[in-house]
Design a protein. Structure first.
Length: 149
């Protein structure tokens, strides 16, 4: 076995809106083609009846062409997600290193995202500092913005 990280999947109410947010705010790059899956074999995979999944992959910033992607899909039918909380079980957040946490947060807010907590600077035992804030994308998924000194 030779494992290699491939992608993280994000289920969206509207995959096009969320994909546009990540392209605009975090400079993620579309990796064609768009996906559109349905039918008996997909139902077997998803353990659902009459399901349809549509969306696309976005290459994450800072990586070469065959890098891991953020896979953003919408399902039909779909389930509502619980309230956004940074300490809920399961995947907690996606993180981006940025030049300015303040400017990145302003861009997130300008494009329909939100802010979870306060912008803070934490100091590790070795003296290194990280400035960070938890924000959300337009659908309430937590995004960490960070800058190490």
């Amino acid at each position: 076995m030779n494992p290699r990280y491939v992608h993280t999947n994000l289920i969206a109410k509207d995959w096009r809106v969320l994909a546009n947010f990540y392209q605009t705010v975090f400079q993620c790059v579309p990796v064609p083609p768009e996906r559109d899956y349905s039918g008996e074999v997909f139902d077997q995979l998803a353990n659902l009846q009459g399901a349809r999944q549509r969306g696309m992959h976005l290459r994450l910033p800072g990586f070469a062409e065959n890098a891991p992607t953020l896979e953003i899909f919408s399902y039909e039918p779909s389930l509502e997600k619980p309230e956004t909380q940074v300490h809920r079980h399961g995947f907690g957040h996606i993180a981006f290193a940025v030049d300015s946490v303040e400017q990145a947060l302003a861009l997130v807010l300008e494009h329909g995202g939100g802010q979870v907590g306060e912008l803070v600077t934490l100091t590790r035992a070795d003296g290194q500092q990280v400035t960070l804030v938890y924000a959300t994308d337009p659908e309430g998924n937590v995004v960490e913005l960070q800058r190490w000194s």
